[in-house]
Design a protein around this ligand. Sequence first.
Ligand code: DC
Length: 212
Amino acid sequence: MIIAIDGPAASGKGTLGKRLAHHYGYRHLDTGVIYRAVAKALLDIGADLTDEARAVAMALELDPEKFGDPVLKTQKVGEAASVVSAIPTVRAALVNFQRQFAEGPPGAVLDGRDIGTVICPNADVKIFVVADPKVRARRRTLEARARGEDADEALVLADILKRDERDQNRATAPLKAAADAHLLDNSHLDIEGGVRAAIDIIEAVRAGRQRV
Ligand code: DC
């Protein structure tokens, strides 16, 4: 089974994806990390983020062993990832990696922006996570402070709105819910509540399929 979780920045889709994978015993890929890894590789060598040939080369040389690097989670790298991910050839270079991950046994949860629409249009269950931007900014700020980073909530909100705008309006694979995605608004839910709501959706889809 393939579970596709999409949604905007700081919607909690990454944590949700991880928790669902654990619940079902599936593998998990936070696809934001792969765009962040490409962005970090460019930043590390001081290359321009719009240097297409270099960015594609980095995308084809991804090393999953480095996906755990905490630097990938920083706002600076996230902002750079949003720029890099708008380059169509970079997205194309990353398609196979994601599809191969999705297809292996026993099942996989992938979270990102275009999993249900582009990467795995045949996913068994698609969930599109949304939350009020102010709520997302609050959560992101608290997370950053918990990591010991200095975070200004107003700036975090501005960053989230800018990223939403760029992710939703780019020409290739813009952030949008697939027609057959289930919407999950977690603005008023804690992590546990979000996980329960997602499991309810997945179980309802499975039950519906078994009845047919
Ligand atoms: O979810 P995130 O903040 O880790 O994502 C970082 C950036 O990568 C985000 O601005 C958009 C991009 N991204 C994407 O374009 N497609 C994905 N499937 C995942 C992330």
